[in-house]
Write a new protein. Structure first.
Length: 211
C-alpha cells in the first residue's frame, strides 16, 4: 500500500517535471539541479561560478532550497541575480511543484540558466525530478572517500560530479583512488571535476560544461 502511494507521488512529480522541462525548452532556459550533503559547498560552488557566467553574458537565476533561513539566498543576492528561497520546514528535498511555483516568479524570457540548490541531503533529492536538464552532485573531501559507495543513487542519477574542497586533501585521509573506484562503481564512466572554492581552482571545466 505504502509502495503504491509513493509510486503515485513520484508519477505526479515526474509529469509536472516534464511540463517544467517543456516550458524551459520553449523559453531557451537551461536548468541545473545541484545536490549534495549539508555543507558540501553547493552555495560556495554557485558563488564561484556566478560571476564567471555573468562575465560571459549569461543571465542566471537561482532557486535555493533549505529547511529554514534565507542565508543561502542572501549569499546569492549579492550577485544581483533573481533568487528565490524555498523553506521546506521538515521536508528533506525539493519537488517539482515547488519548482513550478518558484520558476513562475521569474521572467523566463530574461534568463539563460536557472540553478536549483537542493536541500542538503545525500539521499532523497535524487528521487525527485525537478524538470532540470542535468543533476550536478557536489561532494567534498571532508565527507570521506567512500560516499559514492554508500549513497550510490545520487551519484548514479547525476550527469556530473563536483569534488569540492580539494585544498583540504593534505589534511584528511581522503584517498583519490578509493573515491574514484567508489564513484565508478556507482556510475560507470562518471564525469567528475575537482574544485576548491576557497582557492578558486578548477572551475574552467565546470564553466565549459554549463556553457
Ligand atoms: N576549505 C574549503 N572550505 C570550503 C570550500 N567550499 C566551501 N567551503 C566551506 O564549507 C562550508 C559550507 O559551504 P556551503 O557553501 O555553505 O555548503 P552548502 O553545501 O551550500 O551547505 P547547505 O546549503 O547548508 O547544505 C562553508 O564554511 C564554506 O566556507 C572549499 O573549497 N574549501
Ligand atoms: Mg547552501
Amino acid at each position: 500500500m505504502q509502495v503504491k502511494v509513493m509510486k503515485n507521488i513520484l508519477r505526479a512529480n515526474d509529469m509536472l517535471a516534464e511540463e517544467i522541462r517543456e516550458i524551459l525548452k520553449q523559453n531557451n532556459v537551461r536548468m541545473f539541479n545541484v545536490l549534495g550533503s549539508p555543507g558540501a559547498g553547493k552555495t560556495a560552488v554557485l558563488e564561484a561560478i556566478l560571476p564567471k557566467l555573468q562575465s560571459l553574458g549569461k543571465r542566471v537565476a537561482v532557486i535555493e532550497g533549505d529547511c529554514a533561513t534565507s542565508n543561502d539566498a542572501d549569499r546569492i543576492a549579492v550577485f544581483n541575480v533573481p533568487v528565490i528561497q524555498i523553506n521546506t520546514g521538515s521536508g528533506c528535498h525539493l519537488d517539482a511543484n515547488m519548482i513550478r511555483k518558484a520558476a513562475g516568479e521569474f521572467d523566463l524570457s530574461q534568463l539563460d540558466i536557472i540553478f536549483i540548490e537542493n536541500v542538503g541531503n545525500l539521499v532523497c533529492p535524487a528521487s525527485f525530478d525537478l524538470g532540470e536538464e542535468a543533476k550536478i552532485a557536489v561532494i567534498s573531501v571532508t565527507e570521506g572517500d567512500d560516499k559514492p559507495l554508500k549513497y550510490p543513487r545520487i551519484f548514479n542519477e547525476s550527469q556530473l560530479v563536483v569534488l569540492n574542497k580539494i585544498d583540504l586533501v593534505p589534511y584528511t585521509n581522503f584517498q583519490r583512488e578509493t573515491f574514484y573506484t567508489a564513484l565508478e562503481s556507482s556510475k560507470a564512466g562518471a564525469v567528475c571535476y575537482e574544485v576548491s572554492c576557497t582557492k578558486e581552482e578548477g572551475f574552467e571545466a565546470l564553466i565549459n560544461y554549463i556553457k
